[in-house]
Design a protein around this ligand. Structure first.
Ligand code: HEM
Length: 199
């Protein structure tokens, strides 16, 4: 619907037998992590740095709440109120948006300020212009380990779409449960029961 590439969504990932919100925080990257920590989260799971950069191109849509990037806007450091890697006009707009975010925590900004509702390679072009929203986004352009891939995808949307699609398929198979692992609803399912319910 937003214009991204097609990729296969394989059928039938089974549910795990437990679900704990504490585990989410330890297995997902967050913007205040260093890029080295973020890279490790991906490479530990057998995703390459290039796959990480391609997947994070998802930040071409959606939004983030002010608390995820407010450290860049207010009292950033001793020398600078605002993160100097941010485009100054963009930073001013974000400051105006987030000025009351502690009182109003639902305030959020588009991840991609230029084409927020379109799945395209604008995320990578934005990074090169100081328009990355979270510090983890900007880091991808600043750091030499990720910069070549940001350049590649900024210059070539087709390549981004191909690599993104392949990496999403790989992600969907990550730790996939097979055989008797997970919720075995497939063993309990009786096709006739379903049909009776419809008829
Ligand atoms: C590289 C490290 C990453 C970090 C630090 C990160 C962090 C975040 C944060 C903090 C938000 C905002 C959440 C909120 O305020 O509600 C966000 C939004 C989002 N992220 Fe990431 N992310 C990363 C990589 C990824 C990857 C790999 C994907 C997809 C494969 C992804 C897809 C998205 C999407 C679609 C949104 C928008 C959600 C919405 O609009 O509700 N991100 N990300």
């Amino acid at each position: 619907m937003v214009g991204g590439p097609y990729y296969n969504v394989f059928l039938g990932r089974k549910d795990g037998l437990s679900s704990k919100f504490q585990i989410v925080d330890t297995s997902f990257p967050i913007p205040k992590m260093s890029l080295s920590q973020i890279i490790s989260m991906f490479t530990d799971k057998n995703f390459s740095i290039q796959e990480m950069v391609a997947l994070t191109g998802s930040h071409t849509i959606g939004f983030a709440h002010c608390k995820e990037f407010s450290n860049r806007l207010f009292q950033f450091s001793k020398n600078s109120e605002i993160d100097p890697t941010l485009n100054p006009r963009y930073a001013k707009g974000l400051r105006d948006l987030c000025v009351n975010y502690t009182k109003n925590p639902s305030m959020a900004a588009f991840n991609d300020v230029m084409t927020p509702g379109k799945f395209d390679n604008m995320y990578y072009l934005n990074l090169q212009r100081g328009l990355g929203l979270m510090s983890s986004d900007t880091a991808m352009w600043v750091d030499e380990r990720t910069k070549p891939f940001v350049k590649l995808y900024a210059d070539n949307q087709t390549k981004f779409f191909e690599d993104f699609a392949r990496a999403m398929e790989k992600l969907s198979l990550y730790k996939v449960k097979t055989g008797r692992q997970g919720e075995r609803s497939d063993f309990n399912f009786m096709p006739n029961e379903g049909l009776e319910a419809i008829m």
